[in-house]
Design a protein around this ligand. Structure first.
Ligand code: ADP
Length: 162
């Protein structure tokens, strides 16, 4: 099933010069970039992205630090398309806490901080965001991209991969 999903390259990745490295991971897997932009989110956008679900899941302190973090510096929003893209992009991203992320994933290859450090220091900087499921992907893509910002074209690799 062809799906679209949202990736955000977070400020820590951008500061570390990892934009190309991260985009490469999706391209080399044969996924298609159908939308791409750099944007400095305002409070309104950040609050719509990290909703009260985060408070319920992790507590108010985590949501507050995520909102501060996301509005502190530009991020890159990417619409990624491909077969079973939502799950595949999460797999390429790796576990939320880099210390637990598998080697070969983005978080597992470019960061190492432990769950305990992140929780203790309340640090949300784990390189990227990737939509958790199909429903979130739909909502998040609509939040970050207008319909005319999503492009339709053919990858040479589609002939072989899809
Ligand atoms: P994921 O981004 O892997 O889908 P969640 O949706 O559960 O993870 O959490 C959203 C984001 O909140 C994480 O990417 C991370 O930046 C941050 N976060 C989650 N839990 C914590 C925590 N205990 N301490 C600090 N930051 C956290």
């Amino acid at each position: 099933m062809i799906q679209q999903t949202l990736v955000l390259i977070k400020p820590d990745s951008i500061a570390r010069g990892l934009i190309g490295e991260i985009i490469k991971r999706f391209e080399q897997r044969g996924l298609k970039i159908v939308g791409l932009k750099m944007i400095k989110p305002n409070k309104n956008l950040a609050e719509k992205h990290y909703t009260e679900t985060i408070t319920k899941k992790h507590g108010k302190h985590v949501r507050d630090s995520l909102l501060n973090y996301l509005t502190s510096s530009p991020v890159i929003a990417i619409a990624v398309q491909g077969s079973n893209a939502v799950e595949l992009v999460r797999k390429i991203t790796g576990s939320t806490f880099p210390g637990e992320a598998d080697i070969g994933t983005i978080r597992g290859d470019f960061a190492h901080v432990s769950k305990f450090y992140m929780k203790d220091k309340n640090k949300p900087d784990n390189l990227i965001h990737a939509s958790e499921n199909k429903e979130d992907a739909k909502k998040e893509l609509a939040l970050w991209f207008s319909l005319d910002e999503i492009q339709d074209y053919k990858l040479a690799a589609e002939t072989f991969i899809f």
